[in-house]
Design a protein around this ligand. Structure first.
Ligand code: DC
Length: 226
């Protein structure tokens, strides 16, 4: 059967990764969470106290970063490795989360990540989620989905997720972080978040995970059969 590329974009905490992972599983495709790559780079910068205002420091640091994905049988998910170390959990902490949009706005960082993402899509049969997948990484993707949800629904979902890990987190903090990330992601000069002209919009505010998966799966089947 023909293999396609599915590009899934949207704001933070819209459920993009949940959808992308489930869709990849159903299609027997590779799933790549491109945000995890920006998060792992951010973690490296924090660990090595890289001054992100210094172009040269950033360029040199990028040369020392190796990113890869490894299938984790217990969770049945791909985990990201930073220089061979599994950092899948660490990249989700608040320190990384509050810094990642700033790091992802740096042109050299994006060039570095996008080149690797495009390489991963060479054989197709991939579902990738992020902010610029349909616009920059795979402008020719056969299926592009732009996921949205009401801001209040997103805050609530993200709060629940974070509260499981850290009971001290407040809803105000989560809301402020989401608003800040939306702003930076949409207003940066390097591939800002926007819906590709040929993307299908999927508002999941009132959809269950199963309903949104079924919608996306049918869109994918249509494209595969074309
Ligand atoms: O999807 P996420 O929340 O894990 O993404 C983390 C950050 O990385 C987010 O603030 C925006 C950035 N990002 C990006 O700029 N481009 C992508 N393709 C994916 C993520």
């Amino acid at each position: 059967m023909k293999k396609i590329i599915v590009a899934i974009d949207g704001y933070s905490s819209c459920g993009k990764s949940t959808l992308a992972r489930a869709l990849a599983q159903k299609l027997h495709y590779v799933f790549i969470d491109s945000g995890a790559m920006y998060r792992a780079i951010t973690l490296y910068f924090i660990q090595h106290k890289i001054n992100i205002q210094h172009k040269e420091e950033v360029t040199n640091a990028l040369k020392k970063i190796n990113l890869s994905f490894e299938f984790h049988p217990e969770s049945e998910q791909n985990n990201i490795l930073l220089n061979g170390i599994n950092v899948e959990n660490e990249i989700r902490n608040m320190a990384v989360t509050s810094k990642v949009s700033e790091v992802a706005a740096i042109a050299d960082v994006r060039k570095f990540a996008v080149a690797q993402q495009q390489q991963m899509g060479k054989l197709k049969g991939i579902v990738m989620d992020g902010r610029d997948i349909g616009t920059t990484v795979f402008p020719n993707a056969e299926l592009k989905i732009f996921v949205t949800a009401d801001p209040a629904v997103r805050v609530e979902r993200r709060f629940k997720e974070l509260f499981e890990q850290n009971k001290k987190v407040t809803i105000e903090e989560v809301k402020a972080n989401l608003e800040m990330r939306d702003y930076i992601d949409s207003n940066r000069s390097e591939s800002p978040l926007r819906m590709a002209d040929d993307a299908k919009k999927l508002d999941n505010s009132h959809l269950t995970k199963e309903e949104q998966l079924s919608l996306a799966y049918n869109w994918a089947l249509e494209k595969i059969k074309e």
